[in-house]
Every structure is written in C-alpha cells, then in structure tokens.
Ligand binder design. Structure first.
Ligand code: DX5
Ligand code: ZN
Length: 220
C-alpha cells in the first residue's frame, strides 16, 4: 500500500503579523512539515523572509522546517538557513551553475537536501544528482506568489520523477508546490507526489479551519 501523503503548509499564506502563532496552529492542525518560502526579488519577483525569521519561528514547532530557497546566488546563504533551524534545504536547479556543489554543502552541514524544478525545467535536470537528494520539489506554478493556478502539464513530470525515484535504493520525497487544493491534490497524488505543499488551501478560513483544510488535502 502507498504511504500516506504528507502535508507541508506554506506559511506564505499565513498572517505575517502573527507568524509564531500561525506556525503553532498548523502544527496542532496536523502539518507534517512547515514549508517556508524564501524569495530574493531577483531569482523570483517577490521578497519574503530571511534566516532571522526562520530562527525566530524555530521554537514554535518541532516539525521539520522545509525551507524552499528561491534565491540566487544561493550558496552564500546555506549556512545561515541551516543554523537558523532548517531541517530540509531546497534549492532551485536553475539558481546557478553549481548545483552539485550546493548539494554537497547542504549535506556537509547535516541537513536534508532538496532540488526544486520550475515548470519549464525538465525532470532530467535532477538525474545527475539523484544520489545526493532527499527531496525533489516540482513547482506546479511559476514561483513567486501564492494563490496561482495549478499547471497541469507538471503531472507528467511528477510521473517521470516517480519512476526515477523508484529506481533508487533510499527514500526521496516527491513534493509538489503551487495551486494545490481539494481538486488538484488527488491528481498530484495519483501522479506520484508524496508531499503536498499548500498555502491558500490550508490557511483559508482562519485557524479554526486549518485541521479540516489539511484533512481535505489528504483526501479524507
Ligand atoms: C510559490 C511558493 C509556494 C506558494 C504556494 O513560489 O513556493 O509555496 O506559497 O501557494 P499556493 O498553495 O497558494 O499556490
Ligand atoms: Zn514553496
């Protein structure tokens, strides 16, 4: 039987004035990972948060901090996010010419390493480093903003990556991020996703809805 899908709420859709409380609320509501979107206004057209905020949030949850770095260059900031409390550090394959070196650095710090692929980047981009990754993140929107529509062509990429992962002798999370809701979640799961990132669909309705929103994404 397939493993149950994990849910990683993206705090990009949280109330930024009450971030600590929001992280505690999604933890209590059953979040498996806390997904933290870091944007630099250069690799993506938006600015969000830095390592100081990650550090400040760390005492608010024991769940893995799944830090999605949409920044370039990324290498100069890996140490700071690892020290701030990131458990998983995900970088974009498109962010620079030295993906292998970046993954070596993350692994050298004892953190789990993820590689994210933009919608226009093929699955094959991660193949040469498959033995170094703990997580592959398929962007199902163009990164930069929450609340965008799911790009259905990314389902084929999920299927391709699921086949690649099955050929490995160790577990690799297959994460999907962008436009995940009650309608698109079952499609992503059927295509092989094992972790769903969701911002809008988890945070809509406020804290009293978080547990029900998370359950709905799991499909029950
Ligand atoms: C987009 C971010 C996503 C985003 C998801 O660049 O990586 O994590 O917040 O938001 P929704 O679920 O609203 O599409
Ligand atoms: Zn993300």
């Amino acid at each position: 039987m397939a493993e149950p899908v994990l849910i990683a709420p993206s705090i990009l859709s949280a109330d930024f004035a009450r971030l600590g409380e929001e992280v505690r609320a999604i933890d209590a509501a059953g979040a498996d990972y806390i997904h933290i979107d870091v944007m630099d206004g250069h690799f993506v057209p938006n600015l969000t948060i830095g390592p100081g905020v990650v550090k400040a949030l760390r005492p608010h949850s024991d769940r893995p901090f799944d830090v999605h770095l949409m920044i370039a260059p990324v290498d100069p900031f890996i140490d700071a996010f690892a020290e701030a409390g990131a458990d998983i550090v995900t970088v974009h394959a498109e962010a620079g010419p030295h993906l292998h070196r970046t993954l070596q650095k993350i692994r050298g710090l004892g953190r789990k390493a993820g590689v994210s692929l933009n919608p226009g980047t093929p699955a094959a981009a991660v193949e040469p480093v498959l033995d170094m990754v703990d997580l592959i993140l398929v962007m199902s929107v163009n990164p930069g903003f929450g609340g965008q529509s799911f790009i259905a062509s990314q389902l084929e990429k999920l299927r391709t990556l699921r086949r690649m992962i099955e050929g490995q002798d160790r577990p690799i999370d297959l994460q999907v991020d962008g436009g995940i809701n009650a309608e698109t979640a079952p499609l992503a799961i059927a295509a092989g996703a094992s972790v769903l990132v969701a911002g809008t669909a988890v945070f809509e309705g406020g804290p009293e809805r978080y547990a029900a929103n998370i359950r709905r994404l799991r499909g029950h």
